[in-house]
Write a protein that binds this ligand. Structure first.
Ligand SMILES: C[S@@+](CC[C@H](N)C(=O)[O-])C[C@H]1O[C@@H](n2cnc3c(N)ncnc32)[C@H](O)[C@@H]1O
Length: 266
């Protein structure tokens, strides 16, 4: 949950994203995003910054054979994996601020766990508003702020103790759009009308607290700032502090709060 993915990633990283991160983190949110957009049989749906297409897959199940689902992402490697795992979904490589579609093309435009990585969020939302039909719906899902995340907050505090205060920024990309008032203001400033907003507590599942720490810390420069001894201490402390998030079978159930916003063209 730490690296902004605004650059081209290798295919291997996209495969790991699909096999590890999607089941652990992203699949949990996809049906809620699709529900928020009232995706129904026959709809045409766009999944913006689709990654390997977990939301597109959920949408494809709802729209049936009369509908159309398109996924767009900047990263070719994500799309290469999506081609394999999303039969029936059209895939296009594009930047969110230049979507390769006519205005008013889609009934529903969905964007899960990506807004925080866009350099110009308002322009991105405006572009989503351009391609949605006048009575259609744009749904944006982002994780809430770090201070609303009971387990991630503790992990970031521990990392900062050992790796210095810069560790907070290194581990915080995902929480950057998490202030709901700011998010709603950005949606409105992009020319959309907010229809509804909801905050939900989801669950990310890891094999253990050690795995959770490894996924978060080893994918960032935080790891390089720690000696092996310091990293061992961090892991031990994380197991103590995060004990209440360990399920009976030893797996880690990490809460993730997120916001879902539905909007339409004004
Ligand atoms: C954390 S992933 C989320 C992917 C997917 N929505 C999901 O829920 O699994 C963020 C995605 O945003 C994409 N992305 C980042 N910046 C982008 C941009 N400017 N235009 C299109 N896609 C972008 C990345 O390539 C990556 O696939």
């Amino acid at each position: 949950m730490s690296t902004p993915e605004t650059f081209q990633i290798p295919l291997e990283t996209a495969e790991i994203y699909e096999s590890k991160f999607v089941p652990a983190l992203f699949a949990d949110w996809a049906p809620h995003v699709v529900d928020m957009g009232d995706v129904a049989v026959g709809h045409s749906v766009l999944d913006v910054a689709c990654g390997t297409g977990i939301v597109a897959r959920a949408a494809a199940e709802r729209v049936g054979s009369e509908g159309r689902v398109v996924g767009v992402d900047l990263n070719q490697a994500m799309l290469t994996v999506a081609e394999r795992v999303c039969p029936g979904v059209e895939l296009r490589q594009a930047d969110v601020t230049a979507l390769p579609f006519e205005s008013a093309t889609f009934d529903v435009v969905l964007c899960q766990m990506a807004l925080m990585f866009f350099p110009d969020r308002q322009a991105a939302i405006r572009e989503m508003g351009r391609v949605v039909k006048p009575q259609g719906t744009v749904v944006i899902m982002v994780p809430s702020r770090l201070d609303a995340q009971p387990a991630y907050r503790l992990l970031v505090e521990l990392a900062a103790e050992h790796a210095g205060p810069e560790a907070v920024a290194m581990l915080s990309a995902y929480w950057a759009c998490g202030d709901l008032d700011e998010l709603l203001a950005t949606v409105r400033a992009a020319g959309l009308e907010v229809l509804s907003a909801r905050t939900r507590m989801g669950t990310a599942r890891f094999g253990s607290i050690d795995e959770f720490v490894a996924v978060e810390v080893e994918s960032t420069p935080v790891r390089e700032r720690l000696t092996d001894d310091e990293y061992d201490t961090l892991r031990r402390e994380a197991n103590d502090f995060l004990e209440k998030f360990i399920a009976a079978d030893g797996t880690a159930e990490i809460p993730i709060e997120g916001h879902l916003v539905a909007a339409r063209r004004r």
